[in-house]
Design a protein around this ligand. Structure first.
Ligand SMILES: C[S@@+](CC[C@H](N)C(=O)[O-])C[C@H]1O[C@@H](n2cnc3c(N)ncnc32)[C@H](O)[C@@H]1O
Length: 442
């Protein structure tokens, strides 16, 4: 086993856990990992803002230190927009990502296409723009109502022209994927209504200065082009790969392939990754509306929001009987019972008890899959936060730690990096939450 990372060598404080098992907790030492904001100044990373990402420079720093310790194959089983994969490329190590969201995996794949010739991409994208300008206005009446509420007729006509021109030219090549990403990336910028980046759409709020689609597209293509030139002037290293696959099985990854895993799974906090892409998927005709998200997206994902599990409430306590959850059975059952009782006191009747039971079942499966695809002596860094649905605390990192040990990993410790739920006045409960790195060694 190689040396532990430097930031793990501080004195640790043990948390109360069942005998024989320990998850230690460490104080913050290095810069935060839990924000994507820093990535907005970095070439390629900034091509798409993904609020669930973490800082690329932190990932790069960690990969570099671990490369120097002999770890040269990196896996991110919840790859999202590809932050870890792009960072690994800069460190000259091999990296593979797994992402189950069918739209998000295409974003990551398109970003990994930065090695395409900048001139080939620019000519391809500007040709799409010229063809869009020349097109007669298409029939925009068939767009889903969300799209009609987000874009005035003139803006939608231009976006539709870009979409049609891209489709007519579409080929299986990076230039085409990058052109698609440029179009994806301007959608929210061109809407006059409140479309917080990547998050839900707020049609009742207005934006000060929405962009013209043709101008925004040209600007995006120019920015991509410049980033490709800049990035290609640096070290290239092995190209990372991202698979549309499920972290709970990691079918596309070979046995004992990885020696370093850096990842941030969905938190058990009711964030709906499917709904987060509703605007983009509606625009491209991949869904007709909210009702399609379960079939198109959620069913592929770890169950971490109540919308996902609404049809499973009757099975909650059967899920808790799954032997894979035995290592945390005495902890999770009383919490789920309290959540089920609390549910009856609330109008929304959210099935948080089902969400928590299925979340840990899915994460237990993920640890088993990761045990198969990692080498003995591997290191896993999992950025995670706890949660408190209906104000009932769920010590996520502790339970994930116990499940990881049960899956065959050797040691687990938790390094807290920040507090959550301490600032906002409109928070739903007052339970202090935190976020940090769950380090797993095996
Ligand atoms: C916290 S985000 C990771 C963001 C990523 N670190 C980045 O920098 O973009 C978690 C990701 O896990 C994905 N996900 C959810 N369930 C999954 C599954 N079963 N297998 C693989 N990915 C999954 C979500 O779609 C989401 O993109």
């Amino acid at each position: 086993m190689s040396r532990r990372p430097r930031n793990q060598r501080k004195k640790a404080r043990s948390r109360s856990l069942p005998p024989g098992r320990s998850v230690t907790r460490r104080r913050r030492e290095r810069a935060t990992d839990s924000t994507f904001v820093d990535n907005l100044s970095l070439p390629v990373h900034r091509w798409f803002r993904y609020s669930a990402g973490f800082a690329a420079e932190w990932a790069r720093d960690l990969i570099e230190r671990q490369r120097n310790a002999g770890r040269r194959r990196v896996l991110d089983p919840f790859a999202g927009s590809g932050t870890v994969l792009l960072s690994a490329e800069r460190c000259g190590v091999e990296a593979v990502g797994v992402e189950a969201h069918p739209f998000v995996v295409r974003i990551a794949r398109a970003k990994l296409g930065w090695r395409e010739s900048p001139a080939v991409f620019r000519d391809y994208a500007l040709d799409v723009l010229e063809r869009a300008r020349e097109r007669d206005p298409g029939d925009c009446s068939r767009y889903p109502s969300l799209i009609e509420r987000c874009f005035p007729a003139g803006t939608l006509a231009r976006l539709d022209a870009l979409r049609s021109a891209w489709r007519a030219a579409a080929r299986a090549c990076s230039a085409s994927d990058l052109t698609w990403l440029a179009l994806v990336g301007i959608l929210r910028e061109c809407s006059p209504v409140g479309t917080a980046q990547w998050q839900y759409v707020l049609p009742n709020k207005l934006k000060a200065r929405p962009l013209d689609p043709f101008e925004a597209f040209r600007a995006k293509v120019t920015a991509f082009y410049q980033d490709m030139v800049d990035r290609q002037a640096e070290r290239l290293g092995p190209a990372s790969i991202v698979h549309w696959d499920d972290a709970r099985t990691c079918r596309s990854v070979g046995d004992e392939w990885a020696d370093l895993v850096i990842t941030s799974p969905p938190y058990a906090n009711n964030f709906d990754y499917a709904d987060a892409t509703r605007l983009e998927m509606s625009f491209f005709g991949e869904i007709a509306g909210w009702g399609d998200l379960q079939e198109s997206v959620r069913r592929h994902l770890v169950r971490a929001c109540t919308q996902h599990v609404a049809g499973l409430t009757d099975e909650t306590f059967a899920v808790l009987e799954d032997p894979i959850l035995y290592p945390i059975a005495s902890h999770i059952r009383p919490v789920c019972e309290r959540l089920a009782a609390e549910r009856d006191q609330h109008g929304g009747k959210k099935p948080y008890h089902t969400m928590i039971a299925t979340y840990f079942q899915d994460m237990a499966r993920t640890w088993r899959a990761l045990r198969r695809v990692t080498k003995p002596g591997c290191l896993i860094c999992c950025v995670i936060g706890d949660s408190a649905p209906y104000g009932i605390h769920v010590p996520v990192e502790q339970w994930l730690g116990l499940l990881a040990l049960a899956a065959g990993f050797r040691a687990v410790s938790f390094e807290q990096t920040r507090h959550r739920n301490v600032k906002w006045k409109n928070r739903k409960h007052r339970v202090p939450l935190h976020e940090g790195r769950l380090w797993i060694e095996g």
